[in-house]
Design a protein around this ligand. Structure first.
Ligand SMILES: *Cc1c(COP(=O)(O)O)cnc(C)c1O
Length: 473
């Protein structure tokens, strides 16, 4: 068995791969958005006998690309109006290939000084964009879930100076995490992972504007006086997953200041608004937070596995994650550098930040501003066309997330279900259903830099046709 390939073979492998990728990238719209979920067929498509001796690289590449094309929801499709999964931009795709080839080890500064310094620069740039001062800090994470988990750990280490040593056993009261009932489930999950348990996540009801109700939050905080509980942190969401709503960040910040509690903003999706002069004021108040989650793999359209955790407290990441070891290289001891392993849950760490760095080198902040404005424009266009076609809009946000329904079917729970099923099985578009205060609505989000007015017109035609046939039944 030959483990390495020669130059000619490598070229052939890359060409075969390029041909497949190019076909998908340039013709994404020709693919069905939604696969048939035939579990038997899917499992049968996976090779297992072939694992013993292997097959030719060409056959292997042919196999995996074909099955990925057949059995995936195509999030890069221009009519994927789904969750915050973008079409990967080309710089990001190339960055993943480069990272895999050089495979720099970002646990220690001295092993990958260029890569670590690139990430450091990006952390400073993003901190600056979000309005943090020079004393801020941050780290690249695999996703928003890891960034939110990092936020909870930082809040614990900030409030309880001995937490790193004594853990939960050193606490005299049970710490409570407040967020809205529309906040992301990764917060409950993080509470489980940390060992707090999700009972200590208090979900505050939302107002008619679908924002965390700050009056209820203040009452809940008062109720904790003289109890066995103590407030740990408040998590505001900037761009809820369901409705794209931004919580009242300024108000939340002043409540947190007054009560001396950590204020985290989960801006996994909505944080992208900071890159647009037209949209950034929507995030006003985020600069007063103690920490921020921002997923570059959402609105910045880089491939998955790319998120950023930022904090305005420069010492806290080190306090939370530093550990001393004998086997880490010590060459950088004398230099004032950040050792990534002292800032992160991860140890061996890939060059996550290259996807963002290369994207900025390809498109610049300017290019990002244009694509984010374009997507916000497409959101407005979708909203207006829906209204013109007799749909009612149930959420209110400047981010391109639109929740809508038909007045006459608002209480008919079968309506959204049936229309959605038909649209998904046609495979021309992808959207979802999201309940707002108990009423199911269609949820369509623009997450693709290539989505055009024509794509949106086609979606509305599909919806209108489905409504007609539903009404005829
Ligand atoms: C997507 C999302 C998350 C989770 O982030 P991942 O990158 O999927 O781990 C957390 N919070 C919000 C608001 C999100 O939209």
């Amino acid at each position: 068995m030959q483990f390495d390939f020669d130059n000619k073979q490598r070229k052939e492998i890359l060409e075969t791969t390029f041909e497949k990728l190019e076909n998908f990238y340039s013709k994404t719209k020709d693919f069905k958005t939604n696969p048939d979920l035939n579990i038997k067929e899917i499992r049968e498509s996976i090779y297992s006998k072939e694992l013993v001796n292997g097959i030719s690289p060409e056959k292997a590449i042919e196999h995996v690309t074909k099955e990925l094309e057949t059995f995936s929801v195509h999030t890069p499709h221009p009519k994927y109006f789904g969750l915050f999964n973008p079409r990967s931009n080309y710089a990001g795709i190339i960055a993943d290939l480069i990272t895999a080839t050089y495979n720099p080890q970002l646990a220690a500064w001295s092993h990958a000084p260029f890569a670590v310094e690139v990430e450091e620069l990006l952390i400073r740039e993003f901190a600056n964009k979000f309005g943090y001062d020079k004393n801020s800090d941050g780290v690249f994470t695999t996703g928003g879930a890891e960034a939110n988990l990092t936020a909870i750990l930082c809040a614990l280490n900030h409030k309880y100076p001995n937490f790193a040593k004594d853990g939960m056993f050193g606490l005299n009261k049970k710490p409570i995490i407040f967020c809205s009932e529309e906040a992301h489930h990764s917060i409950q999950k993080a509470a489980k992972v940390v060992g707090l348990g999700y009972n200590l996540v208090k979900s505050i009801p939302i107002t008619d504007e679908l924002k965390l109700d700050t009056n209820i939050l203040q009452e809940e905080l008062k109720n904790l006086d003289n109890s066995e509980y103590s407030p740990l942190m408040v998590i505001g969401t900037a761009g809820t997953t369901g409705t794209g709503t931004i919580d009242a960040l300024n108000k939340l910040s002043s409540i947190c200041k007054k009560n001396n509690i950590w204020f985290h903003v989960d801006a996994a999706y909505g944080g992208g608004a900071i890159l647009s002069q037209d949209l950034k004021q929507q995030l006003s108040g985020i600069e007063k937070s103690d920490s921020i989650t921002f997923d570059a793999h959402k609105w910045m359209s880089v491939p998955m596995g790319t998120s950023i955790f930022l904090t305005s407290k420069s010492e806290i990441l080190g306090k939370t994650f530093r550990i001393t070891t004998e086997y880490m290289p010590k060459e950088a001891d004398m230099l004032t550098v950040t050792e990534p392993f002292t800032h992160s849950i991860q140890w061996s760490r890939r060059f996550i930040g290259l996807k963002v760095y290369l994207s900025l080198l390809f498109y610049g902040w300017k290019g990002y501003e244009e694509t984010i404005n374009h997507q916000a424009e497409m959101g407005k266009y979708l909203k207006n066309q829906l209204k013109k076609n007799g749909w009612i809009i149930k959420n209110n946000t400047d981010l391109p997330v639109i929740c809508f329904t038909k007045e006459e079917f608002e209480t008919d729970f079968n309506f959204t279900k049936e229309v959605l099923n038909n649209i998904l099985s046609n495979g021309k578009s992808w959207l979802s259903v999201y309940p707002i205060k108990g009423t199911p609505t269609f949820r369509a989000c623009i997450t693709n830099y290539n989505t055009t007015e024509k794509d949106i017109d086609e979606l509305i035609d599909e919806l209108n046709n489905e409504v007609k046939s539903y009404a005829r039944q």
